[in-house]
Design a protein around this ligand. Sequence first.
Ligand SMILES: O=P(O)(O)OP(=O)(O)OP(=O)(O)OC[C@H]1O[C@@H](n2cnc3c(O)ncnc32)[C@H](O)[C@@H]1O
Ligand SMILES: [Mg+2]
Length: 202
Amino acid sequence: MTRVLLASRNAKKLGELRRILEAENVRGVEIIGLDEVPPFEEAPETGATFEENALAKARDAVAATGLPTIADDSGIAVDALNGMPGVLSARWAGGHGDDAANTALVLAQLSDTPDERRGGGFVCAAALVLPTGEEHVVRGEWRGVLARKPSGTNGFGYDPIFVPAGGDRTSAEMDPAEKDAASHRGLAMRALLPHLRELAGQ
Ligand SMILES: O=P(O)(O)OP(=O)(O)OP(=O)(O)OC[C@H]1O[C@@H](n2cnc3c(O)ncnc32)[C@H](O)[C@@H]1O
Ligand SMILES: [Mg+2]
């Protein structure tokens, strides 16, 4: 078993990452989270791009633990807000990870935005950094529109207000496997699969 660290403190995100790898039958890799390694000082996520933040999170964790590490930096980019919240998604309303306040603020900011200009998308940058210094950074995007009110209880973060393109339900109304099959995170993680299979000796 090769131990691979997922450098995240977001239990929901960690759950999705694990589920996606499981669905892809990546065996021979044991995924552990930040709570399962000795604590180390985590730098604030101050990068200008998702890729920068993902790489920084993964590099720090490799330096501290010596484990091959995946980090995910993600968020929602709203067209009418010029791509924001973007890298500020986790702390858009001020506090870190207050999902209800973040979604309420985005909805309020879009209250006068008509249906035809409510486009946006989830973005996920995933970085895989190995103790050898080998680095891979990939990106997944999931386009859709911003709803007028929250619906659904699955997922996390902005899922209750995001309606993926081609459908009429929010991603919080989709079942988990359905979200994974189409999501930004699913796309990014599947792009890392060849490297993970190599690590697993598969
Ligand atoms: O940095 P870590 O510890 O991994 O956890 P985090 O929650 O701080 O994660 P990010 O810094 O990447 O911020 C991502 C934010 O974007 C939002 N987000 C990302 N992926 C999402 C998804 O699949 N569905 C809904 N919201 C999502 C959510 O609000 C997250 O708090
Ligand atoms: Mg974060």
